[in-house]
Write a protein that binds this ligand. Structure first.
Ligand SMILES: Cc1cc2nc3c(=O)[nH]c(=O)nc-3n(C[C@H](O)[C@H](O)[C@H](O)COP(=O)(O)O)c2cc1C
Length: 365
């Protein structure tokens, strides 16, 4: 019998209870110090209570300059790990697998939260100089972008180290899956894409040079992450910039087996984010699934599909038809923290899930 949305997924020594993952989603709810707050505990805890197999944190910055906004989560000190530990514990206690997205925002850092316009923060407003492969700022429509610095060799070494120590701290905090964020126009994606990487050293130029930093970081994170626990990588399959030199689905297909060789167990396939001129050819249900299918053709690693997955039957069909191994659900989880439990009800898979005992009088089981 083929797998379905509520089939468990075994990755290395980790048993995930079903194929629904809460996609990483920034909450912009720290108090300027990168420390998790009650909001993160309730938000992520509710989604674990809601039945998802994997609950992933938002992009969690490995160093302060890697935050999109001053209110993003961080993992650059032991205090950050301590603040996250009860959240990881609660997620695991609820039967979900706690996962963390390790991130650096690169040239898209130093902005206000979306509800304040996602506009660049100037130095006198708490903004900072951003890091990027090349000194090319992200083009904002009206606002002066923050100063963007081309990373030196020392900067590259420091960022690699920050990903590794971030992973070690995440492990101490109790997370079971580490995802390296190499998508959406943030730092590691900026190295991949010729639209943002104009370097002429070993971290730029051809495919091998542009992919070097991501491959190195995945392999160094893998080296400190226990053998029985999974490492994921999120990529943008394409820049959606067909008319200029950019990162393409062909290059992603070529990169996928190299990421698997570097130690990635699952490639989480998203798209876009590098430049505001991007042309998204399709929106709506499953709008990025074809990129996940393309990646799956090229690698034995597991593949996660994300983007426009919001209906139970749709998510179930992705797994049953072997279009993906994991259905990664973002915005629908903001609308419905209990998406997985409701999906099980709708798909007649109630026996595969357990409502919290505290709520059983409401659901009759
Ligand atoms: C509020 C919000 C915050 C997000 N933050 C992140 C993030 O921290 N890391 C990331 O990789 N993607 C982030 N995304 C993208 C989502 O993870 C997901 O890829 C995207 O929303 C498409 O999936 P959906 O159609 O199910 O929402 C965010 C999306 C939203 C709506």
């Amino acid at each position: 019998m083929s797998d379905h949305l509520f089939s468990p997924l075994s990755i290395r020594g980790t048993e995930v209870r079903n194929r629904v993952m809460v996609s990483p989603m920034c909450q912009y709810s720290c108090d300027g110090d990168g420390l998790a707050t009650d909001w993160h505990e309730v938000h992520l805890g509710s989604r674990a209570t809601g039945g998802a197999g994997i609950v992933m944190t938002e992009a969690t910055a490995v160093e302060p300059r890697g935050r999109i906004s001053p209110d993003d989560l961080g993992i650059w000190s032991d205090d950050h790990a301590e603040a996250l530990a009860p959240i990881a514990d609660f997620i695991a206690e609820r039967g979900a697998t706690p996962a963390i997205q390790l991130a650096h925002a690169g040239r898209k850092a130093s902005k206000t939260p979306p509800w304040d316009g996602s506009v660049p923060l100037q130095p006198d407003e708490g903004g900072w100089e951003t890091l990027a492969p090349s000194a090319v700022p992200y083009p904002f429509d009206e606002d002066e972008p923050p100063v963007t610095k081309q990373m030196t060799d020392d900067d590259i070494a420091a960022v690699k180290d920050a990903f590794v120590t971030g992973a070690e701290r995440a492990l101490d905090a109790g997370f079971e899956i580490a995802e390296v964020h190499a998508a959406h126009g943030y730092l590691l994606h900026e190295f991949l894409s010729p639209a943002t990487n104009r370097r002429e050293d070993e971290y730029g130029g051809d495919f091998e040079g542009r992919t070097r930093l991501v491959r190195e970081i995945v392999s160094e994170v893998r080296a400190v992450w226990p053998d029985d626990k999974p490492v994921f990588v999120r990529v943008s399959a394409t820049d959606w910039l067909p008319d200029r030199e950019s990162w393409t689905a062909e290059e992603t297909a070529r990169l996928a087996p190299l990421l698997a060789d570097a130690g990635a167990d699952l490639i989480d396939v998203s798209a876009g984010g590098i430049h505001p001129d991007q042309q998204i050819p399709q929106t709506g249900p499953n709008y990025q699934v074809r990129y996940a299918e393309r990646v799956a053709e090229e690698t034995d690693a597991l593949v996660g599909a994300v983007g426009g997955i919001s209906e139970p039957a749709q998510a179930d069909a992705l797994i049953r038809n072997e279009r993906a191994d994991l259905a990664i659900v973002g915005r629908e989880h903001l609308r419905d923290p209990y998406f997985a439990l409701h999906a099980a009800e709708e798909l007649g898979a109630d026996e595969d899930v357990e409502w919290p005992i505290q709520y059983r009088r409401a659901v009759g089981n």
